[in-house]
Design a protein around this ligand. Structure first.
Ligand code: SF4
Length: 100
């Protein structure tokens, strides 16, 4: 299943070429190629909760450990979990990709 990326749902404009990218910077979720394709997303667009330093809410979100509790409450995370169901990529698989 190829679903929407976080920046398409949240309209943050922090993806490359996005409305706020040149002013505020491009978010690492939109450029992290190590997780490209996971949960059907472009780069980290559907695994953003694993990526350190994302810009959700206009603030740098810190490490995965620091931001995970917030991300678990995020409507976009819940949407991806609903859409992917049993196919939702597990954390160990994502972390393995990131270590490559
Ligand atoms: S993680 Fe947040 S700030 Fe970053 S691209 Fe996704 S929605 Fe935008």
């Amino acid at each position: 299943m190829s679903g929407k990326n976080c920046w398409e749902v949240k309209n943050c404009g922090r993806e490359p070429g996005g409305a706020k990218a040149s002013e505020l910077g491009v978010c690492p979720a939109a450029t992290d190629k190590s997780v490209n394709g996971l949960n059907g997303g472009k780069n980290g667009g559907r695994t953003c909760w694993y990526i350190a330093g994302t810009f959700c809410g206009g603030l740098v979100q810190g490490s995965m450990a620091q931001k995970l509790s917030n991300c678990m409450e995020c409507e976009f995370f819940k949407q991806v979990a609903r859409e992917e169901k049993a196919d939702l990529v597990e954390s160990k698989a994502v972390l393995a990709c990131m270590r490559r």
